[in-house]
Design a protein around this ligand. Structure first.
Ligand code: DHB
Ligand code: MG
Length: 212
């Protein structure tokens, strides 16, 4: 998206409150990689969760908790966001972010590698947001489809992966993982999906049925 339009959307629809600004600033202060979602992407996630009245949401890859705050704030009392983070420092920063946002009780951080944690989760999630390492994305796809309820949302960040999605010459593990994920999302008969061109691209899909 043209940066001017991005700014327009952010300023009009996705202005951060001081808590979100502070949490985003802490990503830099704690020297986390500058790969957090943008405010307008956060607002899109927030709108989508409200649209389906999501109560149980799973995030794969917490980073520093910025996206988790957008997701957690979309949940009603009694709702729960489970977020998985394998990096201990990222997990600490995320916990601090959730404290700052006063989201206790509505968010649960599970520290560990996603592929170890996913098999322990009870299926029936209303939405799964994937924003983690890219090489295992095809495996995350399989797990997400298994854990989502019918009518639930599959959401995945970095659908374009800075252009690697449309560059078959990029044979890095990350690029291959992203392209494979997009192909799975496009072709799986259990899913209706597309890419919303927000920031680096967001796959948005709805699970239509349990079996092909
Ligand atoms: C990058 C960006 C992301 O949003 C992410 O989740 C992972 C990596 C990147 O720019 O490399
Ligand atoms: Mg990302």
């Amino acid at each position: 998206m043209d940066e001017r339009f991005e700014r327009y959307v952010t300023e009009l629809f996705a202005a951060e409150d001081p808590i979100l600004s502070k949490i985003r600033a802490r990503h830099a202060a704690e020297q986390l990689p500058a790969i957090n979602i943008s405010p307008e992407e956060g607002k899109l996630l927030f709108v989508l969760l409200h649209a389906i009245q999501a109560k149980r949401v799973l995030e794969i890859g917490a980073l520093g908790g910025y996206s988790g705050v957008w997701l957690g704030r979309a949940l009603p009392a009694g709702g729960e966001l489970i977020t998985i983070e394998k990096d201990p420092k990222h997990a600490r920063v995320t916990r601090e972010a959730f404290d700052m946002a006063k989201l206790h009780g509505r968010v649960r951080l599970i520290e560990g590698a996603a592929l170890d944690v996913l098999p322990t989760l009870v299926p029936g999630f209303d939405a799964v947001f994937i924003d983690a390492d890219k090489e295992p994305l095809p495996k995350y796809f399989v797990w997400a489809m298994q854990l989502l309820r019918v009518g639930g949302l599959l959401l995945c960040d970095n659908a374009f992966f800075h252009g690697a999605a449309i560059d078959p010459g990029d044979t890095s593990g990350n690029a291959v993982g992203v392209r494979k994920f997009n192909e799975l999302a496009a072709k799986d008969p259990r899913l209706a999906a597309t890419i919303v061109p927000v920031r680096d691209g967001l796959v948005v899909g709805v699970k239509l049925r349990d079996t092909a």
